[in-house]
Design a protein around this ligand. Structure first.
Ligand code: FAD
Length: 322
């Protein structure tokens, strides 16, 4: 029987519909490497094992694809936990990652720590760090029994593990649990209307608020985003006003982002908006109201009319590129 590191940390990796590792993989393996030895679990995606190793997984357990959604991943994780006896299990805080983590925790009666923005360890085990109530409080969570199962907010972990040239790739034997699972009846490919990065997990985000004033003027947000190679986000007020679709909404009832750079244009900084972006590494705010709460959390702020400031910023970025 293979030996596994005493400080093993299992990491569930997901694949995109195009068959690549999702962007969260690097951060998950990076997080695992901060607290132990990462062991990746791939479900039905053996060809991605070397990609996982390139991100720092020295051991990759490959489970069969199985039937239905998520249940094969939970079955695989449950088998991997039995095999490896890890100190923690990490999944992305994605739709599949959250479901897999919740189901695994229920099955194993383990503690679940959701939406962590960091991990560390002390003498008693792995600790999850959370940013809650709109980033107003930092909370550390640990479990009192067994290995914690932790979902990690996409984009929140900067640490990266060193690439592994010769990974150990093993087939994980999984006894299907036969639990009920949703199945995919049909797949209709959504037309991709944008070449911009996806908001969730983007390294740079430019968001616009009510201050943009109209759908037409919201184009300024897109111009700055394109000049920076950033994803586009919005406040709920901008969504409610119909400037952009609801999928752009950042915040408590929208997408949570943790990019390297977040630029807020004409956004006041309501607590519900901050809840979704406060863990960004660098926050830049442009607002004509110097008392807007967004400036309380901004690393850099410009008090001014965005219609004056942003075109100059775009022109400067484009000039730099030439
Ligand atoms: P406003 O608060 O109206 O701010 C507009 C800002 O633009 C102002 O600060 C103004 O000074 C500035 N401005 C105007 N013109 C210019 C200009 N020319 N140049 C520069 N600055 C200018 N909100 C979210 O964003 N995400 C959520 O997920 C979310 N969930 C919510 C959930 C609940 C249950 C509730 C009750 C609310 C939620 N909200 C959410 C709404 C939130 O409370 C705020 O109403 C919203 O974030 C405000 O959006 P805003 O900053 O674009 O608009």
């Amino acid at each position: 029987m293979a030996e596994y590191a005493k400080d093993a940390v299992l990491v569930l990796l997901e694949a995109t519909p195009a068959g690549e590792l999702t962007k969260s993989a690097a951060g998950l393996i990076g997080a695992a490497s901060q607290v132990g030895t990462p062991i990746a679990v791939l479900v039905g995606a053996e060809k991605l094992a070397h990609d996982a190793a390139a991100l720092g997984a020295g051991t990759v357990l490959v489970a069969p694809a199985g039937e239905g959604l998520t249940v094969p991943a939970v079955d695989a994780l449950a088998a991997a936990v039995e095999l490896v006896d890890p100190d923690a299990v990490l999944t992305a805080h994605s739709i599949e990652g959250r479901e897999a983590a919740g189901r695994l925790a229920a099955r194993r009666r383990s503690g679940l720590c959701v939406d962590a923005v960091g991990v560390s360890r002390d003498d008693e085990g792995v600790i999850a760090h959370h940013s809650v109530y709109g980033g107003s409080y930092d909370v550390d969570a640990s479990v009192t029994w067994g290995a914690p199962i932790i979902t990690v907010r996409q984009g929140s972990i900067e640490a990266r593990a060193d690439a592994v040239a010769d990974p150990v790739i093993e087939t994980l034997e999984v006894a299907p649990s036969g639990r009920k699972a949703a199945t995919v009846g049909a797949v209709a490919e959504a037309a991709v209307s944008s070449s911009r990065p996806e908001l969730r997990g983007a390294a740079k985000v430019v968001s616009g608020g009510r201050g943009l004033g109209s759908e037409e003027k919201f184009a300024l947000v897109e111009q700055l985003a394109d000049a920076l190679g950033a994803a586009v986000g919005a406040s709920r007020a901008a969504v409610d006003a119909g400037y952009v679709p609801a999928s752009f909404q950042v915040g408590q009832t929208g997408v949570s982002v943790s990019p390297q750079l977040y630029i807020a244009l004409g956004i006041s900084g309501a607590i519900q908006h901050k809840a979704g972006m406060q863990t960004a590494k660098t926050i830049v705010a442009i607002n004509k109201d110097g008392d807007a709460p967004i400036f309380d959390i901004a690393d850099f702020g410009v008090v001014g009319d965005l219609f004056t400031v942003v075109p100059q910023l775009v022109a400067a970025l484009e000039a730099k590129r030439k």
